[in-house]
Design a protein around this ligand. Structure first.
Ligand code: SF4
Length: 536
């Protein structure tokens, strides 16, 4: 229930006084929300639940940063939290089901704590039918927003509190192409106010004021940064360099939910890196759906070269980046990586299929020979590089012959890890219209065969590293054995060593001793590392 004193903080003139320009407007609402949530004698708690990729994980760090700035204690259990945010993914069918399962389990908690605020955002909220499903079947959800306006979260939270206190504000779309919003509720409230004197009229008004605040944009060319964010690890940070994707692979929903490619200006990226370094970050991950089509006035290879020198100045030791598209992997980028001091020898190069016929149907714009040539070029320039990939088994119409082409590429490139998926039909993508005569059991058998083959390669690759010395960035206490500390080599190999938790956040030299299929155990050698490269 919104108290009278709280209503004072939510008045029309407070809302109207918000500056128009961003991000000042959101900082203004953060200040107002601090008064609302900061004024209580207890600390409000929040839970941010993330589904999906590293882009989503970085967006969740921004939501956590804003909530912490307002005064929430983040990291709470969603069943007991005052505020819960679900940051959704929709890349595969079952991702959507995950959300509905969690929401279903939260309904009783909301019944017990009517002031609990539940918000849903992320890629799934860019699908109109999913938004309608939420509005109609999960009416206890309070805030719904999409991928293009995540930065407006503080304003949306403030609008929700105003709505709960009886004031509904329409959205001024300001040249923004709205997919959907709750603006109509403002008109409906005006109409209902005429009957506020009657019991049923009052009931209708209360019902309307409990409806969600919804703001989902169809698209936007705006990039708004410089809002608080809270890193999961104090010593490593994801840095968005671009958003969206123009590739339209025929099976992929991402271009429809993340929009057209837009790149941040180099100076903005450099500023964020300097700020991260000043806070003790040792490793940065440059993020984008397709980083190698970065176009912020310079290309990705040029950006990476400048970031490599910047890391010299700022003390950041490691640079990672994902995701790359094989069609845009240039010799210039390979040369920059090979000559860099800080770029990790790890490359994620999604293959998806080894069959030229399937690659065409997928609209991937490269063929098997081109992919093999690019992988070979990476290994020729950096023999200690680790290459990982993505594979889809069961694309509509895939034959045994197509599948064997994929196995052939696995056997020739010998990937150090592979994210393997069975094709998931996504409504709205061109591939969704393709017929598929293949039995599910055949697809499952192929998937198992591919996993067995690829896991054998991973094990052999790891065996070859036993006894090698390399730098490991230690991240946390092992979840399996509190006496072990877990970290990652620059190739992305997980390593556990017996050590004191004090080494967390440090890069230390380790000898890799025993391979346990998907991770190594080893021992520390010497003092703080100077990031020895594998076999160095
Ligand atoms: S490159 Fe293809 S698979 Fe990757 S996000 Fe873009 S459309 Fe999707």
């Amino acid at each position: 229930m919104i108290s009278e004193s709280l209503k004072e903080l939510l008045k029309d003139d407070v809302f109207a006084a918000a500056p128009a320009e961003e991000p000042q407007r959101q900082h203004y609402f953060i200040e107002q929300l601090k008064k609302v949530f900061g004024g209580s004698d207890r600390r409000y708690t929040a839970a941010v639940v993330t589904f999906g990729c590293q882009m989503n994980a970085r967006d969740s760090e921004k939501l956590e940063g804003i909530l912490s700035e307002i005064g929430f204690a983040t990291g709470a259990d969603e069943q007991d939290a005052d505020f819960v945010a679900f940051n959704t993914c929709t890349v595969r069918e079952n991702a959507n089901e995950h959300l509905y399962g969690r929401l279903g389990r939260l309904k009783s908690a909301k019944t017990k704590n009517r002031d609990m605020i539940i918000s849903v955002c992320g890629c799934m909220m860019q699908e109109a039918d999913e938004i309608e499903k939420l509005r109609s079947r999960y009416s206890f959800v309070d805030i719904i927003f999409g991928t293009h306006n995540l930065y407006t979260f503080p304003e949306l939270l403030f609008r929700l509190l105003r709505k709960r206190s009886g004031s509904v504000d329409a959205f001024d779309d300001n040249g923004i192409r709205m997919l959907t919003s709750s603006s109509d509720d403002a008109v409906r409230l005006d109409r209902l106010m005429r009957y506020s004197g009657t019991a049923s009229g009052q009931k209708d008004i209360e019902k309307l004021l409990r409806r969600p605040v919804v703001s989902v944009w169809e698209g936007s060319d705006r990039i708004v940064e410089k809002l608080p964010s809270k890193r999961k690890y104090p010593f490593k940070q994801g840095i968005n360099i671009m958003f969206g994707c123009n590739n339209f692979c025929s099976y992929c929903i991402v271009p429809y939910v993340r929009g057209r490619e837009k790149s941040r200006l180099p100076e903005e990226i450099f500023d964020e890196i300097r700020a991260a370094a000043s806070e003790g970050v040792k490793e940065i991950m440059l993020l984008g759906q397709n980083v190698n089509s970065y176009s912020g006035g310079i290309n990705f290879a040029q950006l990476l070269r400048q970031i490599d020198s910047l890391c010299d100045e700022t003390g950041i030791e490691r640079i990672r980046f994902m995701t790359s598209h094989p069609k845009d992997l240039s010799d210039e980028l390979i040369e920059v990586m090979a000559s860099s001091k800080h770029v990790c020898r790890q490359f994620h190069l999604p293959l998806q299929s080894g069959s030229d016929r399937i690659l065409k149907l997928m609209n991937r714009h490269y063929d098997k020979e081109r992919f093999l040539e690019r992988a070979a070029a990476l290994k020729a320039a950096m023999p200690d590089i680790s290459i990982s990939t993505d594979i889809i088994v069961g694309f509509p119409g895939e034959t045994e012959r197509d599948f064997l082409e994929t196995l052939d590429v696995l056997g020739r490139v010998r990937f150090d890890s592979a994210f393997t998926f069975i094709y998931s039909r996504r409504e709205g993508t061109p591939a969704a219209a393709l017929e598929d005569p293949t039995e599910e059991s055949v697809i499952k058998e192929r998937f198992e065969r591919l996993l067995g083959f690829q896991n054998g390669i991973v094990e052999e690759n790891l065996n070859a590293l036993a006894g090698k010395k390399c730098g490991v960035l230690f991240e946390e206490i092992s979840e399996y054995d509190p006496g072990l500390i877990t970290g990652k080599t620059e190739q992305g190999i997980t390593v556990h060593v017996p050590a004191d938790p004090g080494i967390i956040g440090q890069i230390r030299d380790v000898v890799l001793e025993e391979n346990h299929k998907f991770y190594f155990t080893g021992s520390l050698v010497g003092k703080e590392s100077n990031a020895t490269r594998i076999g160095g």
